[in-house]
Design a protein around this ligand. Structure first.
Ligand code: ADP
Length: 460
């Protein structure tokens, strides 16, 4: 059954809100934006067909987390569906359920699947059950230091402590020895409690110098599911992605094929629909391990769009309306039909100062000039001359996404675009990004997840 959407509310802000408004606009759907009082002058709100202030008496983040108010507004404004973007409410299965209970379609997977797969311990357990490789560790939450010592002794150091419902690289700690464990364990627990509302910590073996490879999947509500190949997101600072690209050309085709198959196996097993990402670590011998699933759109979805020509956000919206993958609107008739074309790189340009430990910078942008041209796509948030960069939200300014027939060509286009970019008034990380793009290991696709943290010379 198809439910045509006339109005979609985007429960998010910044660049991803604009990205979703664009997809809706192209599908002939009217858009509703929401904004906090701190975002009163932000660009994204004026890109929606209509937008409303929410959470007036709440903080800048909490305004976007107020489920009741958002649903109440959606009902008042005759909204058919809500797109949560990434972050904020995007992985909150209670919110997804509340939407459905109020007759509003949640643009994402079913809340049952979100509940199952949004939790790292649980999704790992499911992967293990069906024979998808996972990292050795415990599949229960631990809060007792003596038990933790035993577990770590059995696993052998180094290990990693993780918050089961963590995200964005937060709540993770690499532990080299029992002394380290004693020092860090309580802190990890209280950090998880503070950041995620629950102290659910688990432990797994720490993989040395892995690559982070993730598979984009897309499924409809009728059991059809495809993968859109993989992305290499190994260029990270403190476990946070900075530059992503596709395809992951330096991992052997054989390993990549196996990872695609396992991603699909897992997605099929849980009855996944909408867009989702299965994340894997690949070690130096190309052993690979499933680490988590993200049941939502990701920041780096763009590079996959560039090399497959498939609009992932539009596909999410059409799937939520009830269209099948092979319908004329989505037009993915089979897996074999999805062809790779060239290479794409996404650089996250942030208002952070690499020379000052990546401290976020704030203030007024006095001049903002971008570099576009052939092979460059810019997905921006609040970058314009005269805009105010506030301290309340993450510091992503614009995503520079380049495409070329060769990887080196994509690097050159990214460098050229960054050269043309002029931002005055606030500091950005462009110098650092340029250093990474020019690094021989990056050019060969050989960066692993610790590369940036170990290469201090890139920060100058
Ligand atoms: P988050 O949800 O916070 O992003 P992930 O579980 O996706 O956390 O992991 C983020 C990053 O942390 C990975 O890309 C990798 O760099 C590092 N990481 C996670 N687990 C391990 C591990 N067992 N060994 C080594 N690095 C890890």
């Amino acid at each position: 059954m198809i439910k045509e959407f006339k109005k979609v509310l985007v429960a998010n802000r910044g660049e991803i809100a604009i990205r979703i408004f664009r997809a809706c606009c192209e599908l002939g759907i009217r858009t509703v934006g929401i904004y906090s009082k701190e975002d009163k002058y932000s660009l994204f709100r004026s890109k929606a067909d209509e937008s409303y202030l929410i959470g007036e008496d709440k903080g800048p983040i909490d305004a976007y987390l107020d489920m009741e108010e958002i649903i109440h507004l959606a009902k008042r404004k005759g909204v058919d569906a809500i797109h949560p973007g990434y972050g904020f409410l995007s992985e909150n299965y209670d919110f997804a359920r509340m939407c459905e209970e109020n007759g509003i379609t949640f643009i994402g997977p079913s809340y049952e699947v979100m509940e199952k797969m949004g939790d790292k311990i649980n999704s790992k357990k499911i992967a293990k059950e069906i024979g998808v490789p996972t990292i050795e560790g415990i599949d229960f939450s631990i809060s007792d230091i003596e038990k933790a010592k035993d577990v770590c002794k059995k696993l052998g150091y180094p290990v990693i402590l993780k918050a089961s419902n963590g995200g964005g690289g937060r709540g993770m700690r690499v532990i080299q020895s029992e002394e380290d464990l004693v020092l860090e364990f309580e802190r990890a627990i209280s950090e998880s409690q503070k950041a995620f509302g629950k102290a659910v910590i688990f432990i797994e073996k720490y993989i040395k110098n892995p690559k982070h490879i993730e598979v984009q999947v897309l499924g409809d509500k009728y059991g059809n599911i495809v993968h859109l190949y993989e992305r290499d997101c190994s260029v990270q600072r403190r476990h946070q992605k900075i530059i992503e690209y596709a395809p992951a050309f330096s991992v052997s085709q054989n390993t990549r094929n196996k990872i695609h198959e396992d991603a699909l196996k897992l997605a099929r097993y849980v009855g996944y629909y909408s867009a989702g990402t299965m994340e894997f670590l690949v070690d130096e011998n190309e052993n690979y391990y499933f680490i988590e699933m993200n049941p939502r759109i990701q920041v780096e979805h763009t590079v996959t769009e560039m090399i497959t020509g498939i609009d992932i956000v539009q596909s999410q919206i059409l799937i939520a309306q009830g269209y099948s993958l092979d319908s004329d609107k989505i037009n993915i008739k089979s897996q074999d039909e999805i062809k790779l074309n060239g290479y794409s790189i996404q650089c996250r340009i942030t208002t952070e100062d690499p020379k000052n430990n990546f401290m976020p910078d704030t203030g007024k942008i006095n001049l903002y000039r971008t570099g576009s041209g052939f092979g460059i796509r810019l997905d921006g948030g609040n970058g314009f001359t005269g805009s105010e960069i506030t301290p309340y939200y993450d510091s992503l300014l614009v995503k520079t996404i380049s495409w070329d027939r060769t990887f080196n060509g994509a690097i050159q286009k990214a460098l050229r675009s960054i050269k043309e970019l002029r931002v005055r008034g606030v500091k950005t990380n462009t110098g650092f990004i340029v250093n990474v793009l020019n690094h021989p290991l990056f050019i060969q696709g050989k960066c692993h997840t610790k590369f940036l943290d170990e290469s201090k010379e890139l920060f100058d």
